[in-house]
Design a protein around this ligand. Structure first.
Ligand code: HEC
Length: 131
């Protein structure tokens, strides 16, 4: 019988690396990227509304629909669902996508940071009541 050119030990080591990589990724998921600190001043990822509406379940939700938050007319009337493209456009230049909205934030030019933010926003579960 011929022995396999790849030793079983080598294969296991590979699996070990894969598992470690997967675990590291899982740990990263759900953590806010550093840039979220700027948003956190006005937005809670879950719970109360602050100066801005809470962001629980933001991904896939219609704009301007958090109960109890007083939106601008512009945001309340915006016919937008928050997903990759709309969030990316909004975060890049809030006034361009929703003219007249009252979010006091000039926009985030860095595409990579916007993407990191959106990945994070995706992980925010909707509040109990809305599930
Ligand atoms: C200085 C306060 C402030 C900061 C900073 C801020 N926001 Fe806002 N945000 C608001 C306000 C106020 C609104 C509601 C705007 C309106 O009604 O016109 C809003 C609205 C939003 C909405 C729409 C919410 C909905 O329910 O439709 C999203 C999404 C959002 N902000 C994300 C962000 C993210 C991500 C950041 C960080 C890059 C950020 N905001 C930074 C105050 C802020």
């Amino acid at each position: 019988m011929r022995t396999s050119p790849r030793s079983p030990v080598g294969r296991w080591r590979w699996l070990g690396w894969l598992t470690t990589a997967a675990l590291l990724q899982a740990e990263d998921a759900g953590k806010p990227p550093p840039v979220f600190a700027a948003c956190h001043v006005c937005h809670e990822p879950a719970g109360n509304n602050k100066l801005g509406p809470n962001l629980a379940g933001i991904f896939g939700r219609k704009a301007g629909t958090v109960p109890g938050f007083r939106y601008s007319r512009a945001m309340a009337r915006a016919k937008i669902v928050w997903e990759e493209k709309s969030l990316d456009e909004f975060l890049a230049d809030p006034q361009r996508l929703v003219p007249g909205n009252i979010m006091p934030y000039p926009g985030l030019a860095d595409e990579r940071q916007r993407k990191a933010l959106i990945e994070y926003l995706k992980t925010l579960d909707p509040p109990e009541a809305a599930r």
